[in-house]
Write a protein that binds this ligand. Structure first.
Ligand code: COI
Length: 355
């Protein structure tokens, strides 16, 4: 596929934000990648171009029925000042799994990967230097055909936008407090919980808002049928270190197959830990805590990286983990992942690619 590259005019380049107070998703860079899809033609008009608004028909199907999928990955500035991506093609492949489930067209992975590298290279001055800050990359696809019938759209827009980010949570790398909800559910096997579609996040907002009013950063979801088995947290997968066993819920169809989750499984197995992907109930977690066996809880995600959990609240039972402090394993994983991602540690897995 031919990818046009049009650079922003030098006098229109944006002023870059202070790298020490980036927040998350607030400042978009100067460029974006866009390509269009029409049934019968396929993907066309691919361009890396200046960042700009879209013009969408008010009847565009995404605005009514939510045919929208996205990904999240990051570019890192290495200590050698080179720019690295972490497992980028895994995100593009996962996007195609989401596309298949949502009756949307697959993207051409090789061409989009090429476009992604061209885009990041053009926006390279936006990749932050500050410790812990990165360039967050958001590939997205939306249904753009105008029409109010409920069916797959025949037209789509795929785009990639970038923004420099700091820590996802206001707590930074410090432990977060999580509220376990048994009032709302996120997903059920056979639904869309295992793909990255916008509606999953829209459906999660009410539980998150209620948890935040009670002083909690995120919600821990239980399974939708028995409301006992742990699933995942708002924007991340979840791990428990109980005794010497590291446990995370298995991918049974309602949980997002996180790429950071997969990387953590790989690293910890190679470090010789006992690692289990198995169902675990909230009662088992609380019982382990009672017995003094619950050593650490942490979340994993591209945005959240490794996020230690210092407290969980389930039906007003407050469970403090590791005295509310970051655990040794969470810290080690955070340090090792960051070192691999910025090129300062060896990468035996071939996860990191230079832009
Ligand atoms: C990510 O970790 O990249 C995500 O997609 C979470 C996002 C909804 C903030």
């Amino acid at each position: 596929m031919d990818i046009r590259v049009k650079k922003e005019a030098p006098d229109l380049l944006k002023t870059k934000p202070d790298e020490n107070s980036l927040g998350f998703g607030q400042h978009m860079t100067d460029h974006m990648f866009v390509m269009l899809y029409d049934e019968g033609i396929g993907w066309h008009d691919a361009a890396v171009q200046p960042y700009e608004n879209f013009s969408l028909d008010p009847a565009a199907m995404v605005l009514h029925y939510g045919q929208a999928i996205f990904e999240g990955l990051k570019a890192y500035r290495g200590n050698d000042d080179k720019i690295y991506l972490f497992r980028p093609t895994e995100n593009l492949k996962r996007m195609n799994a989401s596309a298949a489930r949502m009756c949307m067209p697959e993207i051409p992975v090789d061409a989009v990967y090429d476009a992604l590298k061209k885009l990041v290279a053009l926006d390279k001055d936006w990749v932050p230097r500050a410790d812990g800050a990165t360039l967050y990359i958001r590939p997205t696809m939306v249904a753009s055909e105008a029409g109010l019938g409920v069916r797959p759209s025949r037209q789509y827009i795929f785009f990639i936008i970038n923004c420099p980010v700091g820590a996802y949570y206001p707590e930074g790398f410090n432990p977060v407090k999580i509220f376990v909800t048994d009032k709302y559910v996120r997903a059920v096997a056979g639904g869309v919980g295992n793909v990255k579609t916008a509606g999953n996040y829209a459906a999660s907002i009410m539980a998150a808002v209620e948890a935040q009013k009670l002083g909690y950063t995120q919600v821990l979801w239980l399974d939708a049928i028995e409301r006992r088995y742990i699933e995942e947290v708002g924007t991340m997968n979840i791990f428990f270190l109980i005794g010497d066993e590291l446990i995370t819920p298995p991918l049974t169809g309602s949980i997002l197959p996180g790429i950071t989750r997969d990387s953590v499984l790989r690293l910890t197995k190679d470090w010789g830990l006992k690692v289990s992907e198995k169902r675990i109930t909230i009662d088992e977690v609380l019982a382990a805590n009672e017995k003094g066996n619950l050593r650490e809880i942490f979340g994993t995600g591209t945005a959240a990286v490794i996020s230690p959990v210092g407290e969980i609240n389930y039906k007003d039972q407050i469970c403090t983990i590791n005295n509310g402090k970051t655990g040794e394993l969470s810290q080690k994983l955070f340090d090792e992942l960051q070192a691999i991602q910025n090129g300062s540690s060896a990468d035996p897995y071939g996860w990191v690619v230079e832009v």
